[in-house]
Design a protein around this ligand. Structure first.
Ligand code: BTN
Length: 244
């Protein structure tokens, strides 16, 4: 479903944001699809929904991957998000960390966030032509300003060189993309790794807190939660999982 990544790797000491750097290269038409751009430090690292992504220099995996799509309908763009979240979980599992996906594409370990993803798509004529997939995985940082964050080093009590981790991630992604050939396979793998799937947990929507159960994720990426016996579809900002 997706091409392989990592035939070309660009390593930078410092950049505003690897996503911005990748987007510029894309505009200039200078890119090999699957190129990975990693930086030791970002001065303007960006998170989802206008948040900033702060990381100590040299400590974490901060990278972007460029995807070019032959024929991806805008309606199918969530598939890339699913594939990326899955590949992060597989990569972490391989190095001994039991991770889960927090819908839509955060990655958690013991309910703490270890990775986040920021995807920026370039659309034309009803199709997604290319995507810049920004991935931040906490690697060797030990101290965080928030208590709900963790890192590979915190989980394994072991330092791992960032570049080695990057090669392992690339390997995991490429393995997965060879294995998964259809939307159905992608969906079942994603649901299997989704935190809270078929479990009753506490959520909050615009009507307040409730006990709900994730029963599915729609093709457009909306989360389907059973609330008081009714299946309700939620967009990104409409529901939050209360991690207690
Ligand atoms: C999130 O808010 O969870 C998404 C975080 C994404 C951070 C990564 S780090 C590499 C890439 N460059 C950025 O500016 N952001 C993404």
């Amino acid at each position: 479903m997706f091409h392989s990544i990592g035939k070309k790797i660009v390593l930078l000491d410092e950049v505003d944001s690897t996503n911005n750097f990748a987007a510029k290269l894309l505009l200039e038409g200078k890119l090999v699809p699957g190129t990975v751009i990693m930086a030791d430090h970002q001065t303007e690292g960006r998170g989802q929904r206008t948040a900033v992504w702060v990381s100590d220099a040299g400590e974490n995996m901060l990278f972007s991957v460029i995807f070019e799509h032959d024929n991806m309908a805008v309606a199918n763009q969530f598939q890339l998000s699913q594939m990326i979240a899955l590949s992060i979980v597989h990569f972490l599992r391989k190095i001994g960390i039991p991770a889960k996906i927090k819908w839509p594409n955060d990655v958690l370990v013991n309910k703490k966030k270890i990775a986040g993803v920021l995807i920026e798509n370039q659309l034309a004529g009803g199709l997604v032509r290319s995507s810049v997939v920004g991935i931040g995985i906490n690697a060797n940082q030990l101290q965080f300003e928030i208590t709900t964050a963790t890192s590979i080093r915190k989980e394994l009590d072991e330092f791992k060189p960032i570049q080695e981790l990057l090669y392992q991630f690339i390997g995991s992604f490429n393995e997965l993309t060879e294995k998964i050939h259809s939307q159905e396979e992608l969906q079942s793998n994603y649901l299997q790794e989704l935190f809270g799937y078929k479990e009753i947990l506490q959520y909050e929507d615009d009507q307040g807190e409730f006990a709900g159960e994730i029963i599915d994720v729609a093709a457009d990426g909306r989360l389907i939660v059973l609330k008081n016996g009714v299946a309700v579809k939620y967009d990104l900002k409409e529901i939050s999982l209360l991690l207690v």
